[in-house]
Design a protein around this ligand. Structure first.
Ligand code: AP5
Length: 216
């Protein structure tokens, strides 16, 4: 399947994407993960993106499109893809459409994960992430904790709290989402691609998404 995953920060895009790729063999492409790895590696991209990310602002569209043009032409995308955290603005959605037209592909659906703000705030402050760039398993100290000594249950690497999980950055990310990203819900609804899910339990959400996609 070729899917865009929409949702506020902490809505569960990464969690749901990981389960869905295991189900249909498509590749998860998270612009957030690509950028965090670039920051960690200290690459040119990472240097440009770091400040925006730590403040909870969006990285400029042209930088994101440069990354995605290259990434979406890689052979693994032929099997299908789940775009997690991209597009994030109307210009990115329009650029994605042009790019897909150019490489002869079409989106099957835009999945929106709808979660109340109080639940989101709780999730973001309790999330922990595996620091191994090849793993990046997502944990939650309440509902899905790492090992007692703070290691990843999959690969044994330290599990950490992300740099953009300060109260101030979380506030900025939620405001940026409302201003720049939420309009994509109407954009994909008009394109006839939107599928909306109230997402309070990730296992249930994954099952509901699978059922909806079988009928897509
Ligand atoms: P990005 O990494 O995309 O961050 P985000 O959208 O803020 O999303 P998150 O990763 O915070 O949350 P998620 O929805 O994946 O939730 P998760 O599954 O982890 O982007 C980071 C930054 O990079 C941006 O701020 C921006 O600066 C930049 N950037 C990235 N893409 C960009 C773009 N296209 N354009 C411009 N800039 C870009 O779940 C959260 C927590 O909740 C976890 O603890 C999880 O265990 C728990 N949880 C999830 N689902 C459930 C559930 N159903 N029930 C209980 N707990 C749950």
């Amino acid at each position: 399947m070729r899917i865009v995953l929409l949702g506020a920060p902490g809505a569960g895009k990464g969690t749901v994407a990981k389960s869905l790729t295991e189900f249909d063999g498509s590749v998860q492409i998270s612009t957030g993960d690509i950028l965090r790895n670039a920051v960690k590696a200290g690459s040119e991209l990472g240097k440009k993106a770091k400040g925006y990310m730590e403040r909870g602002e969006l990285v400029p569209d042209d930088l994101i499109m440069d990354i995605m043009e290259v990434r979406m032409k890689e052979p693994d995308c032929q099997k299908g893809f789940l775009l997690d955290g991209f597009p994030r603005t109307i210009p990115q959605a329009e650029a994605l459409k042009k790019l897909l037209d150019k490489i002869g592909m079409k989106l099957d659906a835009a999945i929106n994960l709808d979660v109340p703000t109080d639940v989101i705030l709780d999730r973001l402050t309790t999330r922990r992430t595996c620091s191994n760039p090849d793993c990046q398993e997502i944990y939650n100290v309440k509902s899905n904790p790492p090992t007692a000594d703070g290691k990843c249950r999959k690969c044994g690497t330290d599990v950490i709290q992300r740099a953009d999980e300060t109260e101030e950055a979380i506030g900025n990310r939620l405001k940026t989402y409302q201003d720049k990203t939420a309009p994509l819900i109407v954009y994909y609804e008009k394109a006839g691609l939107l599928k909306n899910f109230l997402s309070l339990n990730s296992r249930e959400t994954v099952e509901n998404v699978k059922i909806a996609l079988k009928g897509a």
